[in-house]
Design a protein around this ligand. Structure first.
Ligand SMILES: [Zn+2]
Length: 484
C-alpha cells in the first residue's frame, strides 16, 4: 500500500525507518554526496544552538575559558601517544597534498584535539601557579564512519571538547567528575533524557585514557546512547607532550590532564527518546518554537485573526516564550497542525474569529502523559503569557518523567543467561560480569549487547558472571545493552 507522503513509518514497525523519516520530514537535516556527511538545516541547527548555549554557560560558570585550536594536525603529533593513535588511526581523514604539491608529512584532520592542546599546554604551563589550566573549544571533528546514521554517526560532527591540566591526580579526577555532572544536568534539564552516569569498562575506554566516565541514555527502542563522556588521563598525555610544572618545592612534575566532550549526537537522543508516530516531540528548553499560533479564517476575518495572532506573539516573545505565527495563506489549518506536530512544537494555539470575540485561544499540547487528553482547551488571551509559561514548564517535566519511567520500566536486574537475553531484547540488563574479553565477545556475538557502564550509584556486589559463571569483576553490576 502506498503511504501518504506525509505519513511516517510507525515506530513499532521499524524504529530505524521511523527515525530516518523524522529527521528529513521535520527538516532537521539533508543529505550530502560524501559518505557520512550531513547538512544541518536551520530548524535542526537551532536545536543544537539552544543546547550549546546552555552548556557553554555551564562550562564558563565553572571557570573554563574557550579557545580555538587548528583543524590540521601533523601525523607525528598523534603518534606520540601510542594507545591514542592506535585507537583513532582507522578513522583518520588525512591531507597529503596542499598547493598542488605532496606534503613532506601528512596532516590529519582532527578526530579530537588532545594532541594539539597537549602541545600548547606544554608551552603555556611552567609553574604550579599556571594550574589548573581549564580550556574548552567548540569545533567540528572528523572520524570516518562506514555505517553512518544522521546525528548519531556522521563522519563530521560538532561538539565541545574540554581539556584541563592539574597539579594532582585527585584534582584531575574531581574535574573529570565535574564535567560529567555538567553533562548530566544538560541531558536531563534541557534535553529531558533519562541517563545513568557510570564508568566505562577497560575495553570501552577512550584511547589513551586511564579512566572514562559516561552518561548513557535510554532510547524508546530500549537501546543505549552514549550522550557525553569525560576522561581522566593521569599523566599519560603529559608524559607524551612534556606538560610539566615546577612545584612549590622546586622539582619538575608531570601534570594530570582530563578531556571531555558532548556532541550533536545528543540531538539524535532527543529524537529517539521523545518522538512518536506523529513526528518529533521537543522538550520546550530545546524547541526552536515553543508555541506556534495558527490564525484561522479567510479574507477579512483572516486578516483580523492574523493581526491578533501577531500581537499575541509579540506579548509571548516579551515574556521569553519562543513563538511563531504560521500565517502561510496557501495552506489549510489541518495541514499546518500536522506540520507542527511533525516538527515537535510543544504547544499550538488556534485563533479563530469566534475565539477572538470571546477573548480566548484554543490550546493543544503535543503530548499528554499521565493526564487525560484535554483536547483543545480555551485559554484567556489576557493571561496567556503566564499560563503558557506554566504549561511549558509542565511539558518539560512531563517529558523528563516519561523518559525516566520508561528507563526504569526497561531496566532489569538479571541473574541468569535466559533473563539476560530477555532483558537486552527490549532494554537494559544489570548483570554481574567476569570482565574477560572473550566472554564480552561471546555476549556481543549472541545478543549484540555490550557493556555500557558500571553505574556510579550501583551497590557493591560480588558473585558469578551471568554468562560464564566465573567470579565477577568490578565489584558492582554492569549495564549491558544494545547501543547506538
Ligand atoms: Zn564471563
Amino acid at each position: 500500500m502506498a503511504r501518504d507522503e506525509r505519513s511516517v513509518t510507525p515506530q513499532s514497525e521499524d524504529f530505524a525507518a521511523w527515525y530516518n523519516d523524522i529527521v528529513f520530514r521535520a527538516e532537521l537535516v539533508d543529505r550530502w554526496p560524501v559518505r557520512g556527511a550531513m547538512v544541518i538545516r536551520p530548524y535542526g541547527y537551532r536545536i543544537w544552538e539552544l543546547l550549546q548555549s546552555d552548556l557553554d554557560g555551564r562550562i564558563k560558570a565553572t571557570g573554563h575559558q574557550n579557545a580555538y585550536f587548528p583543524l590540521l594536525i601533523p601525523l607525528s603529533f598523534l603518534e606520540r601517544e601510542a594507545e591514542h593513535v592506535e585507537g583513532f588511526a582507522p578513522e583518520f581523514f588525512m591531507v597529503t597534498h596542499a598547493g598542488g604539491k605532496e606534503l613532506d608529512e601528512p596532516l590529519v584532520v582532527r578526530p579530537t584535539s588532545e594532541t594539539v592542546v597537549g602541545e600548547m599546554m606544554a608551552r603555556w604551563i611552567s609553574s604550579h601557579r599556571d594550574l589548573p589550566l581549564l580550556l574548552n573549544q567548540w569545533a567540528n571533528v572528523l572520524r570516518s564512519e562506514l555505517r553512518p546514521r544522521m546525528w548519531l554517526r556522521t563522519s563530521e560532527f560538532l561538539w565541545q571538547e574540554g581539556h584541563t591540566a592539574h597539579a594532582t591526580a585527585a584534582e584531575a579526577l574531581a574535574e573529570t567528575m565535574l564535567a560529567l555532572g555538567l553533562y548530566q544536568d544538560v541531558a536531563e534539564r534541557m534535553a529531558a533524557l533519562a541517563t545513568v552516569p557510570g564508568e566505562k569498562t577497560p575495553r570501552e575506554r577512550f584511547a589513551g585514557a586511564e579512566r572514562t566516565f559516561t552518561i548513557e541514555a535510554m532510547m524508546r527502542d530500549g537501546r543505549a546512547l552514549q550522550a557525553g563522556t569525560s576522561h581522566f588521563m593521569g599523566t599519560k598525555f603529559a608524559a607524551a607532550f612534556g606538560i610539566r610544572f615546577t612545584g612549590e618545592s622546586g622539582t619538575a612534575e608531570l601534570c594530570n590532564t582530563t578531556s571531555w566532550g558532548m556532541s550533536t549526537r545528543v540531538i539524535g537522543g532527543v529524537i529517539m527518546t521523545h518522538g512518536d508516530d506523529k513526528g518529533l516531540v521537543l522538550p520546550p528548553a530545546l524547541a526552536p518554537y515553543q508555541v506556534v499560533i495558527v490564525p484561522i479564517g479567510r479574507g477579512d476575518q483572516g486578516s483580523t485573526t492574523s493581526t491578533a495572532a501577531s500581537a499575541l506573539a509579540a506579548r509571548l516573545q516579551r515574556a521569553g516564550i519562543r513563538t511563531h505565527v504560521d500565517d502561510r495563506p496557501q495552506l489549510s489549518p489541518g495541514f499546518k497542525f500536522n506540520d507542527w506536530e511533525m516538527r515537535g512544537v510543544p504547544i499550538r494555539l488556534e485563533l479563530g474569529p469566534r475565539e477572538l470575540t470571546a477573548g480566548s485561544a484554543l490550546m493543544s499540547r503535543r503530548l499528554n502523559y499521565g493526564q487525560p487528553d484535554a483536547g483543545k482547551q480555551a485559554i484567556p488571551l489576557d493571561a496567556a503569557p503566564d499560563l503558557l509559561q506554566t504549561e511549558l514548564a509542565a511539558f518539560q517535566a512531563t517529558l523528563a518523567r516519561r523518559a525516566a519511567d520508561f528507563r526504569d520500566d526497561h531496566t532489569a536486574v538479571v541473574n541468569s543467561w535466559p533473563e539476560f537475553i530477555t532483558a537486552v531484547a527490549t532494554g537494559w540488563a544489570l548483570a554481574l560480569h567476569c570482565g574477560e574479553q572473550a566472554c564480552e565477545e561471546e555476549i556481543k556475538a549472541e545478543t549484540t549487547a555490550t557493556p555500557r557502564c558500571i553505574p556510579l550509584a550501583g551497590e557493591p556486589e560480588q558473585g558469578t558472571c551471568v554468562r560464564c559463571g566465573k567470579p565477577s569483576a568490578y565489584g558492582k553490576r554492569v549495564i549491558f545493552a544494545r547501543a547506538y
